[in-house]
Design a protein around this ligand. Structure first.
Ligand code: SF4
Ligand code: SF4
Ligand code: SF4
Length: 292
């Protein structure tokens, strides 16, 4: 976790601090034009270059001992930047964290300004698969510029795109049950304006992390724990995990968790009918404390 989050989060949860969602902060940072430009040219903004390094052949570059370290350092410096973002073509200060459903609901209920919720098309899925799926929840000044970004607005027959808090909670719960990973993002630091429902490998936020070991997103404040006595071996949880953290043990006929792979999204809990899984606080497990 970054120093800022450790210092300023609410019990480590930086995303439960309402001031990072405020219109005043967006105005102070002069983000309206910046975000409009960024979303108008979203494809160009994609993380195609880290410093001078093209993202093409990144797997190969990351394997090189010196170049690999430079690429990782440069990419993380850009994504974790705390300087005011001035270049809408760079993903500076765009860092996020996985949030399970309860925390996402707390964000929606307590932090987000009233009447500013919208749901728009996910650009990662669009660029990766050519599919338009409305599952990005935005708020704050995004709701003021969305009318100028018609290609992000879901078609009327698809869904309603301006949401009440209750509708947003309902939608987000639906996404989690489908197995999408809840994530919350600075965009740009320290203004928070995205609550996303992501899938790997489409998500441009997860790919640098899962494929190249670049910390583009942090694991959640939680990790899953299982109670083997309750497990009935139905395997439903295994199909929900996008990180391969759950396996089936043929000998015991039960699910086994590899906590070092768990991102703490909580989606596996949503499908377990036998109360065999629960989330525990990451920092209370000595072997995982600090493993964000
Ligand atoms: S971060 Fe997630 S929901 Fe947001 S645009 Fe990317 S994949 Fe879609
Ligand atoms: S969903 Fe629950 S009962 Fe089924 S395998 Fe997973 S932990 Fe066991
Ligand atoms: S094991 Fe961890 S990462 Fe996988 S679905 Fe469960 S909470 Fe999410």
């Amino acid at each position: 976790m970054c120093d800022h989050c450790l210092k300023h989060g609410t019990a480590g949860k930086w995303y439960l601090n309402a001031k990072f969602y405020s219109d005043e902060l967006a105005e102070e940072l002069d983000l309206k034009e910046f975000l409009l430009e960024q979303y108008k040219t979203f494809e160009a903004m994609q993380v195609r270059k880290f410093g001078g390094f093209s993202a093409v052949g990144m797997g190969y570059k990351r394997q090189m001992p010196i170049i690999g370290r430079i690429v990782k350092h440069t990419a993380e410096k850009m994504l974790h930047s705390k300087k005011p973002s001035r270049n809408p073509f760079k993903a500076e200060g765009h860092i996020g964290q996985v949030v399970p459903l309860d925390d996402a609901i707390a964000i929606l209920e307590t932090c987000i300004p009233e009447n500013s919720l919208i749901m728009k098309y996910c650009m990662c899925r669009y660029m990766h698969k050519g599919e338009k799926e409305a599952c990005c929840i935005n708020f704050g000044i995004m709701s003021e510029i969305i009318d100028k970004l018609p290609r992000f607005i879901p078609e009327p027959e698809d869904s309603k795109f301006r949401l009440t808090k209750e509708e947003a909670i309902e939608k987000f719960t639906e996404f989690n049950k489908k197995g999408y990973i809840g994530t919350i993002w600075y965009g740009a630091y320290p203004y928070i304006n995205n609550l996303c429902a992501c899938q790997t490998p489409m998500c441009a936020g997860f790919r640098p992390r899962t494929e190249f070991g670049i910390k583009s997103i942090f694991k959640a404040e939680y990790v899953v724990e299982n109670n083997p006595n309750n497990c009935q071996g139905c395997k439903r949880c295994i199909t929900m995990c996008q990180f391969g953290a759950i396996e089936f043990d043929d000998k015991t006929k039960r699910a086994v968790i590899d906590q070092s792979k768990c991102y703490g999204c909580g989606n596996c809990l949503l499908v377990c009918r036998f109360e065999a899984l629960n989330l525990v606080t990451r920092k209370e497990i000595p072997a995982l404390a600090g493993d964000y």
